[in-house]
Design a protein around this ligand. Structure first.
Ligand code: PLP
Length: 257
């Protein structure tokens, strides 16, 4: 399609290993292929990729752009020198580049990536068992809860996703993120809350704690209040990152906050 439209095809490759593992798990043609082989084929169709190192490169920071076209590369290189650092390091410390070189290989090891996908699916299954409305099939990095169905008494104007996020933190110190009508106003997307799992951080007991926490909030969902905006930044695009909200009634568990 991109060729027909004479468009540059850029892949956001930050989850390339999880996506390749899903192709291997779900498409018969690729059942016997290595995760790396699948990823190589997928990325081979792109003119360029952007990659966040913090995702499937298993690093703490950084990322990169890779492209086929020499002219595009030269243009990217100029911007890198102006805004990031020389092309050989792109503003990153050598330590982080070395971690990325190792991480990119480890991310496509089947044992690693399968363990990750299974951790996310284990969280999803536990939430389904507890009756929590979740988006299916589960993703590779996160389980998405439908806060609109979870808290039907909270109107969209009172941001059910934000309510759920705050209640999960109060209940069990679980940090999630609202990705519904607060993050994306003026769309009709569902009121999603993302429970993303950091890579190589959590074992099954942590996952059980997260599921138990969300299930405990679900048990007392009828008492969960909506939220109201207390302050927001002048730049509307930054509302999701910088606004301050407060419960429209005292939060159920801690009373006045
Ligand atoms: C995290 C993420 C980014 C941004 O990467 P940073 O390294 O955090 O700037 C871009 N695209 C997708 C799909 C991501 O998940």
């Amino acid at each position: 399609m991109a060729d027909e439209a004479d468009a540059t095809f850029v892949i956001d490759a930050c989850r390339f290993a999880e996506n390749a593992a899903f192709v291997g798990a779900r498409e018969a043609e690729f059942a016997d292929a290595d995760v790396a082989e699948i990823a190589r084929e997928q990325l081979s169709y792109a003119d360029a990729i952007t990659m966040s190192g913090k995702k499937d490169a298993l690093t703490n920071v950084g990322g990169f752009v890779a492209c086929r076209d020499d002219d595009l590369f030269e243009r990217c290189k100029e911007r890198a020198i102006l805004y990031e650092g020389f092309p050989t390091y792109g503003g990153l410390a050598g330590r982080d580049l070395e971690a990325m070189a190792v991480g990119l290989r480890e991310a496509v090891e089947r044992r690693y990536v399968t363990d990750r996908l299974e951790g996310v699916a284990a969280l999803g299954r536990r939430l389904v068992e507890a009756g929590v409305p979740v988006y299916q099939p589960f993703g590779g990095h996160a389980v998405y809860v439908d806060a609109g169905r979870f808290l039907p008494q909270v109107d969209a104007e009172a941001f059910p996703g934000q309510s759920l996020v705050c209640e999960c933190y109060l209940e069990g110190a679980v940090r999630a993120v609202e990705l519904g009508s607060f993050a994306f106003p003026d769309t009709d997307r569902p009121e999603l809350v993302r429970l993303a799992l950091p890579r190589r951080s959590y074992g099954l007991e942590h996952i059980e704690h997260v599921a138990d926490t969300v299930a405990a909030v679900h048990e007392r969902r009828a008492d969960v209040p909506g939220m109201a905006v207390v302050s927001e930044p002048p730049t509307p695009e930054l509302r999701h990152f910088q606004a301050e909200l407060a419960p429209s009634e005292p939060m159920s568990r801690f009373g006045e906050t």
